[in-house]
Design a protein around this ligand. Sequence first.
Ligand code: MD6
Ligand code: FE
Length: 195
Amino acid sequence: MEGFRFWPGALSASAQTELLAEVLAAAETAPFYRPVTPGGRPFSVEMTGLGPLGWVSDRAGYRYQPTHPVTGAPWPSMPQTLRHLWRDLTGWPEPPDACLVNRYRGPARMGLHQDLDERDHGAPVLSVSLGDTAVFRIGPAGGGPTRSLRLASGDVCALTGPARLARHGIDRVIAGSSGLVPDGGRINLTLRRAL
Ligand code: MD6
Ligand code: FE
């Protein structure tokens, strides 16, 4: 699909370990929590955020906000490695202002969706996978056939240009496929230009 970019193995094993440590340290002050959909259904994925803005969902809807919805504190800063990865891989002239952190444990998955809550849909969304391998599904924005690919630890992908509004989701995560995350599972980081 034009505009879908994939860099398998973009992060070395040591880069993955370092990045995971930074994310887990940030999660000490900005803990993973389980949001609910605007309809009141809990997500199976747990979330937190890094950077000036974080994506949240609750009965009031989807939005970006500068504070953690449970603690009320500002989100922790975005690790420099992520800002550099964004610059080096996307070439986008402005830095990301939001990094959504998704944690998948057990049967957690993510239904097909489009990333629509950002102001400028011209800016890419860059995704970094850590831990267990995910079965990722992607298809055209307007509907139609989807294809499936695996996102392993250290893989990076991006939705850019004509694929920016592609429908995508996580069908499942393959338990035990990576030893990176201490208690198992998968952590996904998506870097965005929210505002
Ligand atoms: C995930 N990813 O990999 C969910 N969004 O856990 C996304 O929702 C996503 O991979 C925008 C761009 C790339 C993505
Ligand atoms: Fe998404």
